[in-house]
Every structure is written in structure tokens, then in C-alpha cells.
Ligand binder design. Structure first.
Ligand SMILES: Nc1ncnc2c1ncn2[C@@H]1O[C@H](COP(=O)(O)OP(=O)(O)OP(=O)(O)O)[C@@H](O)[C@H]1O
Length: 715
């Protein structure tokens, strides 16, 4: 096992420059292990420090499960017990075999039948032990995989790590979460058990062999050492090749997934040939690497095959003189061959498992670099070295909430613990606390909702400053339109408000996370029913049927403010002019249509998806709605109708309020269309002058521009 790690030196050395940049302040073991698809040849230094670090890496990934999961510990204890029993059964059969062959060669009929009976008796006990041992190993592997995949996914989604991960550093995270975790758990177990069994076997069978003939014991040590050294030398390139194989297989799969996800766009462009070419290229890279792999495997097998065949002869050849001299019987020869085989396979873990070990090692690299990158992308974890261990308590944010909990402000600040960015600071994103939010005024109209203070914003790669020194305040009921040339940084400002982009300086104050709702230009359609689309990302825990979240932990920010009946949802669909869609999906019955599970992202037109997104606002009732060209696919009448819905929602909320128990609705839009001006009071123009200045101003309106009935949906 350790020796296999020694074979890692080449990819490790290759990747150091890649992670050794100013953004990566977390330079533990992991940073040396980011993968790189590189064709350079392996170097030949043997570095014990690397082996030590690699072992630490394995521990970091393997131990948290056994530390945190009681069931895992029990399963492991059961497995260890069965492993011991299993080894005992092997030793028992070795002695029975010896007696059997001795009785046969001596033609001792009574002893022969006696041994036969004992053999059958041992089989009745031994066979279930062997079977249960294998079963237990699988059970533990499954449970471990389940735990580790869930934990990895939790790390991947917490604090939007999935959004911040740099795809040029971490390729194919999906494969790492599924395949690499699966291989890690199942093979780790196999390896640990193999090592334990080997140690037990080694001791017990060495004693047997030493008792038979000490020279045989010496011969076996020499033979195994020779085999290990040659195999390690011949198989050295396998680690790197296996590493590349995993990566290239994942790349190939991903190119096909992209084809499926973008089927319509590609079909319109007629881009099949180009896509096919890309798939072929990736396939060629897969098969090319596979060819190199099988060549190394072939060379290795030239040796290992001969090595294995010789095992049949070597012990017999060493003991034969004693047999010919009549000092030992045939049974002893058979037992010594058995013991020799056992010991040799114990000493030859590297030879026997070389291919799997090299795949395993490559998988460890991929997983380790993944965890490292996830930690670096997560402000809460960037300064910790906790591997897979739990950080924070997820259940504290789960569904066991009181009404007060739902209304409480959740302050969060992306900037405090994250200092991996050095050239620019980090924008402080702050949720209003109760005093800030309601202290400025008792009247609803000048309570602050969104505020930027001395905000500088630059792109994540820090190559371009988009907005400089922006200060503005938006009060409740004031609606802001952000305008500017294409590429000026309008959407980027929204990303900063959402906390997706944090590079820059200054502060942004906004309502708590669960009170802000974003409408992107291309709404996301989740997998599920039309109702799921409408509720997304909220969950109606009071819904009695159709809830895909039953018995699941749900963050409190995803709870519906108030439960909605199917009729309420249909009413909302009608308001956004999508009732017909529900009716069609339900073959005339709109309620049935609500529960129809279809490929909604391909079924609905972009305009319908945008209207659906407005329906989501009506369902989720946020305080602040942020729209990024959210009506770009709508005709002006539909656009007016959608904005009218928002304004009516705000008015309804405000008119409800006595003492502001619930805030009204404020919205911020990004868009190029002049028709949007009519629905906003304030304007922020970005990208003026040098390109990073901004101007915040009122939109002058004629009173007649916004009568309460405007715009007339029947226009
Ligand atoms: N991940 C990224 N890393 C670096 N630069 C980026 C990234 N994403 C976008 N940019 C750049 O940031 C700039 C601002 O992009 P943004 O999407 O905010 O423009 P916009 O004003 O919304 O444009 P449009 O009106 O065309 O949508 C663009 O020059 C874009 O190329």
C-alpha cells in the first residue's frame, strides 16, 4: 500500500505550480495533489515525505466517517470479527488438507474417512463465515459510500461552492462525487481487510512453514522481495495513466451530457458534426490512454504470469529432497505449498493488486484535490483543515422552526473569514438587522431595502474593475432599473448583491437571504412536476400529497411563507397566463396537470418559463425581487402584465400592514428595453466614463404614466 503511494511522485510534482498561486492560501497536503492531465514522463525520485503526506490524505478522507457514524463503527467491528474468523477457517482447512493428503498417500482408510467427516463438519461452520465476511464487507462499503457521498454533496452545495469552483482546476465534479467516492470506499475497505488478513495469515502460515522447513521460509522471503521490486518498477507508469484514464472518461461523458442538455440549440445550428468531432476527439484521448495502459499492463503481466506459475513449483522443488529422503509425507508437501502460497500472496499485495492500487491512488488524488478546492471556495471552511468533518450543524437550519425563527434576520457576511484574495478586498454582504431595517423610519416608504456603500466590484479573476465607488440606497417601494451597455457589469452587480461575486471593496446591505428572490434571464426548471416548478426553491411542508421533500431536511429559507392549496397555485398560474399549460399537461384537468412530471425546461418556451418565474415570486412572496432581463422573451403586453403583478403584490402587502408586520415588495431590474422605464422610479447607469463609474438618479415620470390600472393587460 505504502509502496504504491510512492509511485505518485510524478503527478504530484506536476501539479504544484498549478495550485501554488496567490489565491490558494490553504496549502495543506491537498494543494499538492490537484490533478493535471499532462503527458510528461514520470520522474524517478522516491520521496518518503510524499508517502507520509499521502497517508495523511487517506486518513483525512477515511477517518471522519468512523469518527461520526456509530453505525459505521459497529459495521467495522463486525467486519473485523468476521475477518479473524475467516482467517481461522483458512488455517483450519490447511491442517485438514494436510491430514487428508497424508491419509490418502498412506492409504490409511479409517483416518481418511475420519478426516473427510471433519472436513464436511468444518465446511458447515466455515462456509457461512466466509460468506458472511464478504457480505459484511459489502454492507459496510455501501453505508460508507452513502455517508461520504452525502457529506461530499453537502460540502459541494454549502455556501454555493458549486458555483465558485473553478472548472479549470476541478474537472467533472459529478464524477468525483459518484465514481471516485464509490471506488474510494469500496477499495479502501478491500485494502484494509487485505492488509489485516495478510498480517494474520503471515504470522500463522509463517509458523507452519517454519515448522516444516526453515529454508522454505527464507526462500519465500527472497522470492517475494524480488517479485515486489520488479513489479513496482514495471508498473510505475500505471498510476499516472490510471489518473488520466479517469479524467478522460469523465470528459467524454461530459461532452455527451452537453449534447443532450443543449440538444435544441445544437439542432438549430446544425452543429452535430462539430459536436461529433468533439466527442470523437475525446474518445480518441480515452482510447489512446487506454492503449498506453494496456501496454504497461502487458509488460507487467509478462512478469506476473511467470511469477505466479513458478509459485506452483518453487516450494515443491525446495522441499522435494526431504520427501525423496522419506523425511516428510505427501501431505506435508501439499501443506507447504498451501502455506507458501498464502504467505506469498500476503507478501505480494503490491504485485497482486497493482492495477487496482494505481487506480485507487489516482482516485484519492482526484478526491483530495476536490475537497481542497471546495474548502478554498468556502469562506466558512477556507481557514480550517477539517477534511470531511462536519462544520456547523445543518439540522440547526432545518425544518423544526417556530414562526419567530422564520422572521428572524440571519446576518451573514461573506467577507469576514475569507481572505484568500489579496489584490482586492472582499465585499461585505450584510443582511439588515432589525434595528437597521426598521429604525430609520416608522413609515413604510422610506425604510431601506437595498444599500451599497462605497462599492467597488471586480470580476472573479480580478482582471477588470466593473464598478467603482458606488453608493446608493433604495427604500421600500422604490423600484430600481439598472441600465448600461452590454458587458458594463449590470448582471455582475446583481451577482454581488446575491453574494456570488465577492471581489472588490465596500458593503452591500440587503434583506435576509430568504427574503430576496432572483429572476434570471433563463429560469431554471427543476426535475419534477409543474407544481415543483412553481414552488421552486420553496417547499410546502403542509402539502399532503406530491411533496418530494417528505422526511427530508429542508433549510428554513426554503419554507413557504404560507401553505398554498392547489386552487391557489392554479390561480397564480392564471395570473401569469399559464393555466393552459397546466390544462394541457393534465389532459384537460389542470389539477392533474399540476402534478405532471415532464421535461419542463424543454417543454416550456422561454417566454413561458419567464412567466413561470413571476409565478414563483407570487408563491414565494419575497421582500426584494431582482430581475435580470427577466422579461426579455416577453412581448410588451405580457411584460407590462408581469410588472403589474409585482406592483399589485407590493400594494397588497403594504395595505395589509398595520405597523409593518410584513414588508412590501421592492424590485430591481436589469434590462435594455425602454418599455421597462415605466415600471421603475430610480435608475442606475453603470459603465460611464472610464467604464467603471455609475450614476444613480430619479426617473422623472408624468403622473399619467402610472395610473394604478396601468398597464392595461387588455392592450
Ligand atoms: N466569470 C467571469 N470571470 C471574468 N469575467 C467575467 C465573468 N463573467 C462575466 N465576466 C465579464 O464581466 C463583464 C460584465 O459582465 P455582465 O454579465 O455583468 O455584463 P452585463 O452588463 O450584464 O452585459 P449584458 O447586458 O450583455 O448582459 C463582461 O465583460 C464579462 O465578460
Amino acid at each position: 500500500f505504502t509502496a504504491s503511494y510512492a509511485l505518485h511522485r510524478q503527478p504530484i510534482q506536476q501539479i504544484i505550480p498549478r495550485y501554488d498561486n496567490k489565491h490558494s492560501r490553504n496549502r495543506g497536503i491537498f494543494h499538492r495533489l490537484a490533478q493535471k492531465d499532462d503527458d510528461e514522463e514520470a520522474t524517478n525520485q522516491f520521496d518518503w515525505n510524499v508517502i507520509g503526506r499521502q497517508f495523511g490524505l487517506f486518513q483525512d478522507m477515511a477517518f471522519p466517517y468512523y469518527e461520526e457514524s456509530t453505525r459505521g463503527r459497529w459495521l467495522l467491528a463486525g467486519l473485523l470479527a468476521l475477518t479473524l474468523l475467516n482467517s481461522g477457517v483458512s488455517v483450519l482447512f490447511s491442517y485438514l488438507g494436510k491430514d487428508f493428503w497424508n491419509a490418502l498417500s498412506a492409504k490409511d482408510i479409517p483416518v481418511f474417512y475420519e478426516v473427510l467427516q471433519k472436513y464436511l463438519g468444518a465446511l458447515i461452520v466455515g462456509a457461512p463465515v466466509i460468506t458472511l465476511y464478504r457480505y459484511q464487507r459489502q454492507r459496510l462499503a455501501i453505508h460508507w459510500r452513502e455517508w461520504m457521498t452525502a457529506r461530499t454533496f453537502e460540502l459541494y452545495t454549502s455556501n454555493r461552492v458549486y458555483y465558485n469552483l473553478d472548472p479549470s482546476i476541478i474537472d467533472n465534479p459529478d464524477q468525483r462525487i459518484t465514481e471516485d467516492v464509490k471506488s474510494f470506499t469500496s477499495y479502501s475497505l478491500q485494502l484494509v481487510i487485505t492488509i489485516i488478513t495478510s498480517l494474520i495469515d503471515l504470522v500463522s502460515f509463517s509458523l507452519i512453514l517454519w515448522g516444516i522447513y526453515p529454508q522454505l521460509f527464507v526462500a519465500i522471503i527472497a522470492y517475494a522481495t524480488f517479485g515486489t521490486v520488479v513489479t513496482t518498477f514495471l508498473g510505475r507508469p500505471l498510476v499516472h495513466l490510471n489518473f488520466k484514464q479517469l479524467q478522460r472518461e469523465a470528459d467524454l461523458r461530459y461532452s455527451l451530457v452537453r449534447l443532450r442538455d443543449n440538444a435544441e440549440s445544437i439542432a438549430f445550428y446544425g452543429g452535430e458534426d462539430l459536436e461529433g468531432q468533439a466527442v470523437e476527439d475525446r474518445l480518441e484521448r480515452v482510447t489512446g490512454n487506454r492503449r498506453a495502459l494496456i501496454e504497461v499492463e502487458r509488460n507487467l503481466e509478462f512478469f506476473t504470469t511467470a511469477y505466479r506459475y513458478l509459485i506452483q513449483i518453487v516450494p515443491v522443488a525446495v522441499v522435494a529432497p526431504k520427501y525423496f529422503a522419506g523425511d516428510i509425507g505427501l501431505g506435508v508437501i501439499s501443506q507447504s505449498v498451501g502455506a507458501f502460497n498464502h504467505i506469498l500472496s500476503d507478501l505480494s499485495i503490491i504485485i497482486n493488486q497493482f492495477e487496482q492500487l494505481s487506480t485507487f491512488s489516482a482516485g484519492i488524488d482526484r478526491l483530495a484535490s476536490f475537497y481542497d478546492a471546495m474548502r478554498a471556495s468556502n469562506p466558512e471552511r477556507a481557514s480550517t483543515n477539517s477534511g470531511l468533518l462536519k462544520v456547523g450543524n445543518r439540522t440547526a437550519l432545518s425544518v423544526m422552526l417556530t414562526h419567530d425563527d422564520r422572521n428572524a434576520t440571519v446576518p451573514f457576511n461573506y467577507g469576514d473569514s475569507s481572505d484568500f484574495m489579496s489584490t482586492f478586498g472582499t465585499i461585505a454582504l450584510k443582511a439588515w438587522n432589525d434595528v437597521q431595517y426598521s429604525g430609520k423610519s416608522s413609515t413604510p416608504t422610506n425604510r431601506p431595502v437595498l444599500q451599497a456603500v462605497n462599492l467597488d466590484l471586480c470580476t472573479p479573476d480580478q482582471k477588470r474593475m466593473l464598478i467603482r465607488n458606488l453608493t446608493f440606497e433604495l427604500q421600500e417601494g422604490q423600484n430600481l432599473l439598472i441600465v448600461g451597455n452590454s458587458g458594463a457589469g449590470k448582471s455582475s452587480l446583481l451577482r454581488a448583491i446575491a453574494g456570488l461575486w465577492t471581489k472588490g471593496n465596500g458593503s452591500i446591505y440587503s434583506p435576509p437571504d430568504d427574503s430576496v428572490y432572483f429572476l434570471p434571464q433563463r429560469p431554471y426548471c427543476t426535475l419534477g412536476s409543474l407544481k415543483d416548478q412553481l414552488l421552486y426553491p420553496s417547499v410546502d411542508l403542509n402539502a399532503t400529497n406530491g411533496s418530494t421533500f417528505e422526511n427530508k431536511i429542508v433549510p428554513k429559507s426554503h419554507l413557504l411563507v404560507e401553505s398554498l392549496e392547489d386552487t391557489d397555485l392554479l390561480d397564480i398560474l392564471e395570473q401569469v397566463n399559464l393555466l393552459e399549460v397546466a390544462r394541457n399537461a393534465g389532459d384537460g384537468d389542470p389539477v392533474r396537470g399540476l402534478y405532471a412530471v415532464l421535461d419542463w425546461s424543454n417543454r416550456l418556451s422561454l417566454g413561458e418559463q419567464q412567466r413561470l418565474a413571476f409565478g414563483r415570486v407570487l408563491v414565494n412572496r419575497p421582500t426584494l425581487v431582482i430581475l435580470d432581463e427577466a422579461t426579455s422573451a416577453l412581448d410588451v403586453v405580457s411584460e407590462a402584465r408581469m410588472y403589474n403583478l409585482l406592483q399589485n403584490l407590493a400594494r397588497r402587502e403594504l395595505s395589509h400592514q398595520s405597523g409593518l408586520s410584513r414588508p412590501g415588495l421592492t424590485y430591481v431590474s436589469v434590462g435594455h428595453r425602454p418599455s421597462l422605464i415605466a415600471f421603475h422610479d430610480k435608475k442606475l447607469r453603470v459603465g460611464i466614463g472610464e467604464g467603471d463609474s455609475c450614476e444613480f438618479s430619479d426617473i422623472a415620470k408624468m403622473p399619467s404614466e402610472f395610473p394604478s390600472s396601468f398597464p392595461n393587460p387588455n392592450l
